[in-house]
Design a protein around this ligand. Structure first.
Ligand SMILES: *[C@@H]1O[C@H](CO)[C@@H](O)[C@H](O)[C@H]1NC(C)=O
Ligand SMILES: *[C@@H]1O[C@H](CO)[C@@H](O)[C@H](O)[C@H]1NC(C)=O
Ligand SMILES: *[C@@H]1O[C@H](CO)[C@@H](O)[C@H](O)[C@H]1NC(C)=O
Length: 507
């Protein structure tokens, strides 16, 4: 095999265990001088305090309280990691890790209990000011997601992201948080993961609000979400950036769809288009608009099915122009790679109409890919970063999430392998010319993993959900990540002493 030959020939390279590994694997590699590292969480996943201090119900409170066992372990985020009370411990963990920045999200119904800016909730604002001030005290930069899935339930009753008025509702809320926190917060993420909001939430039943109106509601959501994002961008850019001097961008989740057999090259391209480029193409491509493959396929299917027009709404030339270029960075969340095929066996596999039927591919992962809940496929990450560089004229990229799930336990060697392999693949892309500015590990600690509840753990720190104190204990991966941040170097041979976690000078 090429891979083993390669490792024998080059003494400086460690053994490349499988062909899915990235291109190079030096024993030690340096990160660029100004490269930055962080970790991330989201409000509903860690805060708890679901009805405290004037907060009202979000779609996740509603879902977990009305259909508790829609969640795998019938758990909920009522208390979660209790960050609403334990924010000082959160910041202490940031200092232990030596983070440059921490990415967290604001809860819309905690700040605006009516969903609208007629009433601003002082206790909610105080909580976020406390958290931000505690971070700034130790020179940890806040990177703030304005919307990470916890829509006020009242707005959902009015259609949520399928109602075009969401563009007003969302941007009214965005304006409030620019006013409230913009003096201290210089990095804004408008919206986290449009695909999960629109497709998982509205076009299927994998996330709240479990609407499952596939091939219709998800496409309406896509258009409204892009316009809401773009308007928040323009408001910040024109009214707030001149005085607050920050940056603003969107975080897209992009899994990588690859092909094992050349005949499925187009199918893989379509899968990337339907799942994430439907959001990135309008913002980052030269001409804007939805990808032509998506427009063509949905329109043809819709007409065949007897719809008078495409189920994918059109963007007007004015809207296309308004959305195009509306992000300072390509915020990238990445977890998985899949192979794709499209042949006779896929016909009739999905209900019609549906988004899966519009796309018309099947996916699989190879049995020999390493990993249990998640697979470790750094080459997919490398190819994804390369595709973003090539398709969108090398935009500046911020990795806003990347991480690996286990079922728990402090000796998380697979997670350590995951982070090292993916950082290595990222360095390969940087060597090739990709403009990647920072890397955010998901997640700082275990948290409520949506419909997986607490059955899937993503944390550098283990969260004891049974302890009243929600004790957080660093895993091996936390010590390894800390070493990477301290040395600004990826060292495959570093073995941490996991006895004591300390706070280094400067933090
Ligand atoms: C979701 O929608 C699809 C397509 O209409 C349908 O086949 C499926 O049964 C629905 N699932 C649930 C749980 O309602
Ligand atoms: C379709 O392609 C998949 C993946 O290569 C293969 O396993 C399957 O047998 C093919 N089915 C047909 C009907 O060609
Ligand atoms: C929980 O926290 C309280 C207050 O900080 C402390 O007194 C107590 O010992 C802790 N309990 C456990 C089980 O860690």
């Amino acid at each position: 095999m090429f891979c083993s030959l390669f490792s024998v020939l080059l003494l400086l390279y460690t053994v490349v265990s499988e062909c899915q590994s990235a291109k190079t694997q030096n024993l030690k590699r340096k990160f660029p001088d100004d490269f930055r590292f962080g970790t991330a969480t989201a409000a509903y996943q860690v805060e708890g305090g679901w009805n405290e201090g004037g907060k009202t119900e979000s779609i996740w409170d509603h879902l977990t309280h009305t259909k508790p066992c829609a969640v795998k372990d019938c758990s909920n985020g009522d208390i979660a990691a209790d960050s609403y009370h334990l924010y000082k411990r959160d910041v202490e963990m940031m200092r232990e890790l030596g983070l440059d920045y921490y990415r967290f999200s604001l809860s819309w119904p905690r700040i605006l209990p009516t969903g609208f800016p007629d009433k601003i909730n002082e206790a909610g604002v105080q909580y976020y000011n406390n958290l931000i001030d505690e971070m700034l005290k130790y020179n940890i930069e806040p990177v703030v997601t304005i919307y990470h899935w916890d829509l006020p339930q009242k707005l959902q009753k009015m259609g949520g992201w399928t109602n075009p008025y969401i563009i007003d509702w969302y941007t009214d809320y965005a304006r409030v948080v620019f006013e409230l926190f913009g003096e201290k917060v210089k990095n804004w993420i408008t919206i986290n993961e449009p695909e999960q909001i629109c497709y998982f939430g509205y076009g299927s039943n994998m996330l709240a609000p479990l609407l499952n109106i596939t091939g219709v509601a998800d496409y309406l959501c896509a258009k409204n979400l892009l316009l809401a994002h773009a308007r928040a961008y323009h408001i910040y850019n024109e009214e707030y950036r001149p005085k607050q001097a920050g940056t603003i961008f969107i975080s897209l989740s992009a899994q990588y769809y690859d092909y094992e057999f050349k005949e499925f090259k187009d199918a893989a391209e379509d899968a990337n288009d339907f799942t994430w480029a439907i959001y990135s193409h309008p913002i980052f491509s030269k001409n804007g608009d939805f990808p032509s493959s998506v427009k063509k396929r949905v329109k043809a299917k819709s007409i065949q099915q007897g719809f008078p027009r495409s189920r994918l709404p059109e963007l007007t030339p004015k809207e296309i122009e308004y959305i195009r270029g509306s992000s300072d960075y390509f915020g990238l969340n990445h977890y998985f790679t899949f192979y794709v095929y499209r042949n006779e066996s896929v016909k009739g596999l999905y209900p019609s109409p549906s988004t899966s039927d519009d796309l018309g591919v099947a996916t699989y992962q190879k049995k020999d890919w390493k990993g249990d809940l998640n697979k470790i496929v750094p080459l997919g990450f490398y190819k994804l970063l390369t595709k973003i560089r090539n398709d969108y004229d090398n935009p500046p990229v911020i990795i806003t999430e990347n991480g690996f799930a286990t079922k728990g336990g402090l000796d998380d060697d697979d997670r350590v392998t995951f982070f090292r392999s993916y950082l290595n693949a990222m360095l390969d892309a940087i060597d090739d010319g990709s403009d990647i500015r920072s890397y955010t590990a998901w997640s700082m600690m275990d948290n409520f993993e949506w419909l997986q509840g607490f059955s899937e753990r993503y944390g550098l720190y283990e969260l004891d959900i049974k302890s009243p104190n929600r004790t957080r204990t660093p895993r091996k991966s936390a010590f390894v990540y800390k070493q990477i941040l301290r040395t600004r170097e990826l060292d495959w041979q570093y073995e941490p002493d996991t006895d004591v976690m300390t706070i280094d000078k400067g933090h």
